[in-house]
Write a protein that binds this ligand. Structure first.
Ligand code: GDP
Length: 529
């Protein structure tokens, strides 16, 4: 293909994810975003998700409905002249590792905040993760159809707590019962809100100019209130600056209601206009790989099993970094050195899984995985290199796992190693015993593992409590020192699913003592795949 048409395809694409605290409205916004992408005529068809609080049974149910929930994993849709990829992140914080890795595969994020609640915990955490790569952030203040907090105060809170400058793009006129619409500061127009249009594209009344008498006719006393407010806002807030936005230092802010389907399109307009096209990614070589590089390359950021109960398959999600995917092309899996021909990659246009003929940087394709693909794997059709920066986080919860039928030890280990390759859980094998320790970031992961071991590997397992506070990956530049450490600290050492040496600490105090005692050993909390 010509370089020019590759560049055109790249320029069209916007790949983003939504970050928010549970219940702020991520699912609802996703529905409306798709409605605007005109992929679903009547929004409200996204299933497998009910607020942030999945009960355990809910999760199992969800698991059985995986054929449905995949449609929410990656969604591609056209908007204006752009082609947008929206990557879903799990709502429950017990799966936050998955979320963190998904954030490595996007070029921008939409932050959704409940206007009545302001900045909440999980948003703070997720923002920290986006900071690792200075990902540009767009903000949507949601639920304006309810009484929200003072908008200026909300912006102050974002600036103080999240340490990012705010540039309001739209400004709300009232809220709750008195929500009249928004004034668009850049376009100098007022867009009036109408209730009862949540399920279709809003018919909008737009009034040009703040001094327009039509404004007084339509919203009465609120018109003067708005004029005063805008004067204040212009004086007190930051103007939009695209450079600062792209550097992750300033966020454009939109106000609206996802449920009422108002304001989502203003946000989308901003996203396709300003959010970056597919960005370069770091590698283990000194050069970054840019999207315009004509050789195909990409990395695996997520593996999902049993997406389709009828096929029992596992799908590895690959973010294309450079070049073009074409059906039937040959590519190399760098870690194994094996060449593979891929003719059945999945794409996610229109929320349906279908086979893809071609795909471009910024797109996500699904590769069928028969246990050979791991999170963090690089695929390339050009030179060999590895993408870096796809993290594993040290687990914080630990259990010993035991079989009900001891003869199935081999099967259990195989299952655990495969699940750890997927990033569903981490497994540790102590050097001095035959125990198997399972480590997780969130407690739900334990249930998921036992459930999947039973259904996918036919082994019945159960947990026992174990006295472990934390784990650290260990390494040293000095081989000799590492050997010595290995001997002396053997009782606390284990191998993880990828045979990496790990220190298992019974208490935090024990960990600090070990760090002091072995200054030549590095103890790390994250490990790159
Ligand atoms: P998520 O957990 O972030 O995905 O949030 P949901 O989209 O599931 O929304 C949580 C709850 O808030 C649901 O009951 C939604 O109907 C409701 N909700 C979402 N957006 C709005 C909004 O703009 N206004 C109002 N009043 N409720 C909303």
């Amino acid at each position: 293909m010509s370089e020019l048409s590759l560049q055109n395809e790249v320029a069209k694409r916007r790949t983003f994810a939504i970050i928010s605290h549970p219940d702020a409205g991520k699912t609802t916004i996703t529905e409306k975003v798709l409605l605007h992408g005109q992929q679903i005529q009547k929004a409200g068809t996204i299933k497998g998700k009910k607020s942030g609080q999945h009960a355990k049974s809910d999760w199992m149910q969800m698991e059985q409905e995986r054929g449905i929930s995949v449609t929410t994993s990656v969604m591609q849709f056209p908007y204006n002249d752009a082609l947008v990829n929206l990557l879903d992140t799990p709502g429950h914080e017990d799966f936050s590792e998955d979320t963190y890795r998904t954030l490595t595969a996007v070029d921008s994020c939409l932050m959704v905040i409940d206007g009545a609640k302001g900045v909440e915990d999980r948003t703070i955490k997720l923002m920290e993760v986006t900071r690792l790569r200075d990902t540009p952030i767009i903000t949507f203040m949601n639920k304006l159809d309810r009484d929200i907090r003072d908008p200026l105060e909300l912006l102050d809170e974002v600036e103080d707590v999240l340490k990012i400058m705010c540039a309001p793009i739209t400004w709300p006129i009232g809220s709750g019962k008195n929500f009249k619409g928004v004034y668009h500061l850049l376009n100098d127009e007022t867009i009036l809100y109408k209730t009862g249009q949540g399920h279709r594209i809003q018919e909008e009344t737009i009034i040009k100019g703040l001094d327009n008498p039509e404004l007084d006719e339509k919203i009465g006393v609120w018109a003067d209130e708005l004029r005063e407010q805008i004067e204040l806002v212009n004086g007190a807030s930051n103007p939009f600056d695209k450079e600062l936005f792209l550097a992750g230092e300033l966020t454009p802010v939109f106000f609206g209601t996802a449920l009422g389907n108002f304001g989502v399109d203003h946000m989308l307009d901003g996203l396709v206009d300003w959010a970056p096209r597919p960005q370069a990614r770091e590698t283990d070589q000194h050069e970054n790989v840019s999207a315009d590089n004509k050789d195909f390359s990409g990395f695996i950021f997520k593996i999902q099993a049993n997406m389709d109960p009828r096929h029992r398959d596992r799908v590895a999600f690959l973010r294309i970094v450079s070049g073009k995917y074409e059906k039937g092309m040959k590519m190399r899996q760098v870690r194994t050195g094996k060449d593979v021909r891929i003719s059945d990659a999945l794409t996610f246009l229109a929320g349906d899984r279908s086979h893809v003929e071609e795909a471009y940087p910024g797109d996500i394709i699904g590769l069928h995985n028969h246990g050979t693909i791991q999170i963090g794997d690089t695929f390339t059709a050009g030179e060999d290199f590895k993408f870096s920066g796809i993290p594993n986080f040290a687990p914080e919860l630990f259990r010993r796992i035991r079989l009900k039928d001891p003869l199935k030890q081999k099967q259990l280990l195989k299952g655990l190693v495969q699940l750890s390759e997927e990033g569903a859980v981490q497994v540790f094998r102590p050097l001095i015993s035959n125990d198997l320790i399972v480590g997780a970031v969130g407690v739900l992961q334990f249930d998921v593992v036992v459930h999947r071991l039973r259904t996918e590997y036919k082994v019945d397992a159960m947990y026992e409590n174990i006295n472990v506070a934390t784990a650290r990956w260990v390494s040293s530049k000095d081989e000799k020192k590492l050997d010595e450490f290995r001997r002396k600290a053997e009782a606390n050492l284990a191998l993880d699913g990828g045979d990496n040496l790990t220190y298992i600490a019974p208490t935090m105090v024990n960990l600090s003592l070990a760090e002091e005692r072995y200054p030549d050993i590095e103890f790390t909390h994250t490990r790159e795949h």
